[in-house]
Design a protein around this ligand. Structure first.
Ligand SMILES: Cc1ncc(COP(=O)(O)O)c(C=O)c1O
Length: 401
């Protein structure tokens, strides 16, 4: 007898371009922090679709808002005004302190926009600068510009040549950064918490070095908050925790709660160097995506969710540090709020199936790191339950090491 899973895998392996190695689970429904597979089995989601399902699954408020919007008007293009784009831009401006927003559809597009706007800034000033300085272990997306500032050879190599004018420096190496940034640098780009590269928050010393290098050379700073932004770390943006003042900020993932949307937030100084026609997107900031964004931001920032994220974030920190102390397989835990990495002494790949077996969804990144990006609505009890199961998975895999 073939199962739903067999049918899905057979059809995909025949018709879908094979660029993803998927875990052998077919999710068909979700509710809050829970996902359900085709056999009705329940899982606690500690990944939220890689930091996207910020309000969890099938959130009634978000579902209602987007259903209503779909029955009203979904898309008209950027050739016309609609009432929601300015409202969402204003909201993001208040949260970030950056004056203006450009809307797109994904994280990589947000980064592309930031890179282009940085180049445009220097071009408009009559002193073109081509160079970008980025970090080892960074990840900024898969399109050509974003890939050019992404360090991983595995992602880059088959697609070279990429942008030639990118210098990489080790994260948290202030001296290397100071040596790399010059008056030829258009912008420094860095994730305030390196995500894909293993959940590595920038140190305050390194943040100061970014600010100092920008002040000395005029280089702009692009904060890629696609993964770390919008409440995930317990701050609206992690650059705020680091006392940084970026000129451009890339956001995506959590903003739509699952409806694709991204945005490049820019300072007035950068905005002043851009003109009509400099950049564009057919879908970017349409009514559906903006409705989702407005609903998500209201849920995260208007109620008591911020306090809950702080409380549950401390549960994660306490439990993960206890796990690290008791499990020799764990080398280190890193993170903030609801963004954590459990760095192992070995490849983390076997933890994913071991966790799934115990009804928990996690992800492996940077080879040795178990990445946790739960929905922001996760409660203390749900966190305790999920981390207990993760601990058991670590124990089982550790016992076989
Ligand atoms: C920090 C960061 N920037 C950019 C991206 C690219 O986002 P997307 O996959 O939506 O293009 C990601 C995706 O993981 C990311 O973590």
């Amino acid at each position: 007898m073939t199962t739903v899973m067999d049918d899905v895998v057979a059809r995909e392996s025949r018709y879908v371009l094979q660029t993803y190695r998927r875990s052998p689970v077919t999710f068909v429904r979700g509710e809050g922090v829970y996902l359900y597979d085709a056999d009705g089995r329940q899982y606690i989601d500690l990944l939220s679709g890689i930091g996207v399902a910020s309000l969890g699954h099938a959130h009634p408020g978000l579902a209602q808002a987007i259903a209503h919007q779909m029955k009203t008007l979904i898309h008209t293009s950027n050739l016309f005004f609609h009432p929601l784009q300015g409202e969402l831009a204003e909201r993001l401006s208040t949260l970030s302190g950056l004056q203006r927003a450009f809307f797109c559809n994904s994280g990589t597009e947000a980064v592309e926009a930031c890179l282009k706007f940085a180049r445009r800034y220097w071009h408009s000033r009559g002193a073109p600068r081509a160079e970008f300085v980025a970090l080892d272990e960074s990840f900024h997306g898969r399109t050509f510009g974003s890939l050019s500032v992404t360090s991983d050879e595995h992602y880059r190599k088959p697609f070279e040549p990429l942008l030639p004018s990118v210098k990489f420096v080790p994260a948290n190496d202030a001296a290397a950064l100071a040596a790399a940034v010059s008056t030829s640098t258009a912008a420094i780009i860095a994730e305030p918490v390196i995500g894909e590269g293993g959940i590595r928050p920038l140190t305050p010393t390194f943040a100061d070095a970014i600010a100092a290098a920008c002040a000395k050379t005029g280089a702009l700073y692009i904060a890629d908050e696609v993964q770390s932004g919008l409440g995930r770390t317990g701050h609206p943006f992690y650059f705020q925790a680091l006392n940084l003042r970026p000129d451009l900020v890339a956001v995506g993932k959590a903003l739509g709660g699952g409806v694709p949307i991204g945005a490049a937030l820019v300072s007035q100084q950068v905005a002043d160097t851009l003109s009509f026609g400099d950049h564009g997107s057919t879908y970017g900031g349409n009514l559906l995506a903006c409705r989702a964004g407005l609903c998500v931001l209201a849920e995260i920032f208007d109620g008591r969710l911020g306090e809950q994220i702080a409380r549950v974030g401390s549960v994660f920190e306490r439990r993960l540090r206890a796990i690290a102390a008791s499990r020799p397989i764990v080398k280190e835990v890193r993170g903030a709020g609801l963004m954590w990495g459990v760095d192992l002494t070995r490849d983390a790949a076997p933890i994913v199936p071991a966790a799934l077996e115990r009804g928990v969804v996690v992800n492996r990144t940077a080879d040795t790191v178990v990445r946790l990006l739960p929905p922001l609505v996760i409660t203390e009890a749900e966190a305790e339950d999920a981390l207990g199961r993760l601990d058991a998975a670590l124990g089982a895999v550790g016992a076989t090491a």
